[in-house]
Design a protein around this ligand. Structure first.
Ligand SMILES: Nc1ncnc2c1ncn2[C@@H]1O[C@H](COP(=O)(O)OP(=O)(O)OP(=O)(O)O)[C@@H](O)[C@H]1O
Ligand SMILES: O=C(O)C1=C[C@@H](O)[C@@H](O)[C@H](O)C1
Length: 266
């Protein structure tokens, strides 16, 4: 399994794959129920519905090696980065809902869709894309940062397991200041402050509007909690692999809780 995990992982160049390999030794077991009923939706978003017909897996469980014992996202929180790692580990497909929206509008970029047709049009396309994804199997989806704001999207996201990648706004602002806001129209702002302050102000406003919506997710991966558990002073030293491992653990915790509740109902 470990060899397979490593083979299938597409690491960004800055991920230390050897370190990840060393950490892989325990196991996270996903139940039959999850395999059969759950699409794995994530706000960073894992949208995974294991394919029951798959001949590559044992019929009873999907095992993911993962031994890290210690341990819905905003723009720049790492949904794509972490989601790709998870899809590699699970051997699922990965989709980015923003990319699918761009494809559905003849390759028009998100920024241009906002400019040409407005946010309402973009949100309609986003819902259509999530609806289609919710019918698919074995996939991890990185949803757009604002997908959580539309109640109808939850109907589709709840077909699977949603995982909120919770990153402090200051860390998001640092990342966004480094990479720019060209592709993030809701962060465009024309005041004279520096890139970090601009990003932080805008993110804070968005957070006030939608922070509560992320809490609808089934599981939460908090970078602050991981850093505290690992004794790191701040979240910037956490690698995407560490975060992906925590995501698997949180997903496992959610599934165990669900199974416990199902048993209690009998
Ligand atoms: N754990 C991390 N530590 C430092 N930088 C990270 C981490 N995870 C992702 N990044 C960087 O942050 C930026 C945003 O990451 P990514 O595109 O994965 O986020 P996203 O949530 O999908 O963003 P968006 O919703 O805006 O498309 C990228 O430059 C990525 O390399
Ligand atoms: O937070 C948001 O509302 C957005 C996030 C991006 O992923 C894109 O979906 C778009 O830029 C809007």
């Amino acid at each position: 399994m470990e060899a397979k995990v490593l083979q299938t992982l597409q690491y960004p160049t800055w991920i230390d794959s050897e370190k990840f390999a060393r950490k892989l030794s325990g196991s996270v077991r996903f139940s039959r129920r999850m395999r059969e009923e759950k699409t794995f939706q994530v706000l960073f978003s894992a949208h995974m519905r294991p394919n029951v017909a798959s001949s590559r897996r044992s019929p009873d469980s999907l095992k993911v090696s993962c031994s890290f014992k210690n341990f819905p996202g905003m723009m720049g929180s790492g949904k794509t980065t972490v989601g790709k790692i998870l899809s590699g580990v699970l051997d699922y497909s990965f989709f980015d809902s923003d990319t699918l929206i761009e494809q559905s509008v003849d390759g028009t970029s998100v920024a241009d869709i906002f400019k040409l047709y407005g946010e309402g049009f973009f949100r309609k396309k986003e819902t259509e894309v999530l609806q289609k994804l919710s019918l698919m199997h074995q996939l991890v989806v990185s949803t757009g940062g604002g997908a959580v704001t539309q109640p109808i999207n939850w109907r589709y996201m709840q077909k699977g397991i949603s995982v909120w990648l919770d990153v402090p706004l200051e860390a998001l602002a640092r990342r966004i200041a480094a990479i720019g806001t060209d592709s993030r129209p809701l962060l465009h702002q024309s005041d004279s402050s520096d890139a970090y302050t601009k990003a932080l102000n805008r993110l804070s406003t968005l957070w006030e509007e939608r922070g509560e919506s992320y809490a609808n997710a089934n599981a939460r991966v908090s970078l602050e909690n991981i850093a505290a558990k690992l004794g790191h002073r701040d979240v910037s030293s956490l690698t995407p692999v560490t975060i992906a491992i925590e995501a698997l653990e949180q997903i496992e915790g959610f599934l165990k809780e669900e199974d416990g509740m199902a048993i209690a109902r009998y």
